[in-house]
Design a protein around this ligand. Structure first.
Ligand SMILES: [Zn+2]
Length: 156
């Protein structure tokens, strides 16, 4: 299927936005939280916790893995980073959160973790109204992950 919405790449959050989002939750933009946010924003693909720790250690040799986990929990809470499902592994990986209320879908490669936004397709509105009809929830937005295999020849 060819669609203009398929190729839309996510824009990583600007640093000022990250600070604002943390402040909105009463969370401090510490040096390490900001460094973790930068690593996630700069990565072309979702990054695993150990890889984030490894990259952070290059400039911050005393940082521990537990600190990285705590920073990620804070960034996730503030809506800056998003934990992503990783097929066949218990360890989490993180990607920049999509802009608020994007309500869209993501295609995630099960092997390399490459993620692409598929936007808010008309079909999603129909899922929301079905949910609203069949349950006691008024669906406001949804995020949908489609786990797939990408066609990148260097995948895996
Ligand atoms: Zn792939």
């Amino acid at each position: 299927m060819r669609s203009r919405t398929l190729a839309r790449k996510e824009q990583p959050l600007a640093e000022a936005q990250v600070r604002e989002m943390l402040a909105a939750k009463g969370l401090r933009a510490t040096k390490r939280r900001m460094a973790v946010a930068r690593i996630i924003a700069a990565a072309a693909q979702p990054v695993g916790v150990k890889e984030i720790h490894r990259r952070l250690s290059r400039t911050d040799s005393t940082v521990g893995l537990a600190t990285v986990y705590r920073a990620l929990a804070v960034l996730e809470d503030a809506g800056v980073a998003r934990r992503q499902p990783r097929v066949g592994s218990d360890s989490a990986q993180y990607a920049p959160a999509p802009p608020a209320a994007a309500g869209g879908g993501q295609v995630v490669c099960s092997r390399c973790g490459k993620t692409e936004s598929i936007g808010d397709l008309p079909e999603f509105a129909s899922i929301r109204s079905t949910v609203a009809r069949n349950s006691k929830f008024a669906a406001a937005e949804q995020s949908l992950y489609i786990i797939a295999d990408c066609r990148n020849e260097r995948c895996g």
